[in-house]
Design a protein around this ligand. Structure first.
Ligand code: ADP
Ligand code: G6P
Length: 514
């Protein structure tokens, strides 16, 4: 079928578009930035080069017509109300999300959800096939679209296909619980290159192929299609737009707003901050428990110390999320009731999304940033915090179970399951002399500045181009021309590094088993 609209050399497919369609009661349509780290990262990548983004507009029903947004061609894919329930809330977020995050809550398996996941993945693949130019690079994102690589390969054998997993990939013992495990692996193996946040995730994937499919594997490669093709699975940890965010954080109005925020919570000696999607993986309950105990044991207390917890609404129709919200709000109420003072609440709890400027101001206002997930693929909030601290102020408390910790190991590391240990870490972050904290912050900032999202995208695309199964003229049409064309190609040394050792991008784990 000939393409009906424009085609692009780079096509991103992600469950969500970077903007969500919101229809007000009076029928007025508004586009709002979509939640989550995937959108934050991919939007900054796509703003710097021409390309198309295939995704859902966040609303059930017919898809809006394709449109341009800040230079990105957005191609909406429709989801019916049943598909929102079965594919998105069901299979993606009530089956895969728990399995991929260490089963912090039990996963639910329903065959109708799986059927819906297949149908929606097919629709995404068809949309990708429509907007991809001859020999394009197709870059599929995340756990919602694991069947898309193989489906696109069938429809468009001429394109080069990559997939990046923004979340962890589980150990085979957990992955094996999925009744559709073989189909998911086969879907992914349709790609030329598979990117993961940590080496442990890539290794888990390769092991799953060996143990569950009987595939032949060697280091980071899986052999498929009767030895005709190899797929590479390697770690390339994602990052933030360091330069763009730092510039924003240096704006006088943003810095003034940071001072205003501090003043509005009573100019405390220590302002602690938590910023998360309201998700059970983020360890918000553990953080509140540690904080509550520190207060009730009088190690800390308002008005000298306060906690601002910003919790973005997320997946609110899924039971585990609804229950979590109720529990968090009850806990905050109890802490304030028992340990707050008139005019000096112990916790300021906000259940909203904020503009980027406000987030940058919040980060600058915070003396201690609490990032305590039980499991997180990366956690961009940790990297955003250090990016915004151009003043070298602040301290980052960071869970060992985040991808970010594998790069930011100078941070105040914590195991959020160990409440006593978490309390001690928070106290250390408060009490460490300012000079030492500045030294730490400098090191953290250097790491993020040197490994920003632009470098991540360049490394990813170079690894995709250099993946083992280079297209041959018989099977793939004309050779892909993009290696010379993309403005995002890395410097030669970096290209060689990515081509040779894409799997060694992350700092090796220290002291954490995965
Ligand atoms: P996840 O992708 O699981 O939500 P990350 O920490 O990787 O977690 O990314 C979260 C992204 O969402 C960050 O860019 C962060 O700044 C943004 N964010 C989180 N909470 C809010 C909020 N209340 N308002 C606006 N942006 C938010
Ligand atoms: C995480 C996932 C993304 C997802 C985001 C927000 O970052 O990796 O794929 O888009 O959370 O979740 P939501 O379900 O609202 O898209």
């Amino acid at each position: 079928m000939p393409p009906a609209g424009p085609t692009y050399d780079l096509v991103i497919a992600a469950n969500r578009l970077p903007v969500d369609k919101v229809v007000a009661d009076d029928g007025e349509v508004e586009w709002r930035r979509s939640p989550g780290g995937l959108v934050t990262a991919m939007e900054s990548v796509m703003r710097t080069q021409p390309g198309a983004w295939v995704g859902w507009a966040g609303d059930a029903g017919e898809a809006p017509e394709p449109f341009d947004e800040h230079g990105i061609y957005l191609h909406p894919v429709s989801l019916s109300a049943d598909e929102v329930r079965d594919y998105y809330e069901g299979f993606a977020n009530d089956t895969l999300w728990p399995i991929y995050h260490d089963v912090i809550v039990p996963a639910t398996f329903h065959r109708e959800w799986w059927a819906s996941y297949q149908a929606v993945n097919e629709r995404f693949a068809e949309a990708v096939a429509q907007v991809a130019a001859e020999g394009a690079r197709v870059w599929v994102q995340d756990y919602q679209l694991q069947l898309v690589p193989a489906l696109v390969r069938k429809l468009r054998p001429d394109v080069r296909i990559g997939w990046f997993n923004h979340i962890p990939f589980p150990p085979v013992e957990l992955f094996a619980q999925l009744p559709w495990r073989a189909q998911l692996l086969e879907g992914l193996l349709g790609a030329d290159f598979l990117g993961f946040q940590r080496q442990a995730d890539a290794r888990n994937f390769v092991r799953a192929c060996r143990q569950l499919l009987g595939a032949s594997t060697k280091r980071d490669r899986v052999t498929v299609e009767g030895a005709h093709r190899q797929v590479r699975a390697a770690a390339i940890p994602i990052s933030v737009d360091f330069q763009g965010l730092e510039e924003l954080a240096k704006r006088p109005d943003v810095m003034a707003r940071a001072r205003e925020i501090r003043a509005s919570v009573g100019d405390p000696e220590v302002l602690m901050l938590g910023v998360d999607r309201l998700d059970y993986t983020k360890g918000i309950r553990h953080r509140l428990k540690a904080y509550e105990e520190l207060l009730s044991e009088r190690h800390l207390g308002p008005p000298e110390v306060t906690l601002v917890q910003v919790a973005t609404p997320s997946r609110e129709r899924v039971d585990a999320y609804r229950n979590l919200r109720a529990e968090i709000e009850q806990t905050v109420g109890r802490i304030n009731g028992e340990l707050g003072k008139i005019g000096a609440p112990a916790v300021h709890y906000m259940h909203h999304s904020y503009p980027r400027e406000e987030m940058a101001a919040l980060f600058q206002a915070a003396d201690v940033m609490l990032v305590t997930p039980l499991r997180d693929g990366m956690n961009l909030v940790a990297k955003e915090y250090v990016t915004c601290r151009h003043d070298l102020g602040g301290a980052l408390v960071l869970s060992e179970f985040t991808g970010a910790w594998h790069e930011l190991h100078q941070a105040f590391a914590c195991n959020p399951h160990d409440i006593e240990g978490l309390k001690q870490t928070i106290l250390r972050a408060v009490n460490t002399p300012a000079k030492d904290k500045q030294r730490i912050m400098k090191a953290l900032r250097r790491r993020v500045a040197d490994h920003d999202v632009q470098r991540w995208a360049a490394r990813y695309l170079a690894a995709l181009d250099a993946a083992p199964d280079q297209p041959s003229p018989e099977t793939r049409g004309r050779p892909t021309p993009h290696a010379q064309e993309t403005p995002l190609m890395p410097a030669p040394a970096e290209a060689a590094e990515a081509a040779e050792a894409a799997g060694t991008a992350g700092t090796p784990a220290r002291g954490v088993r995965s």
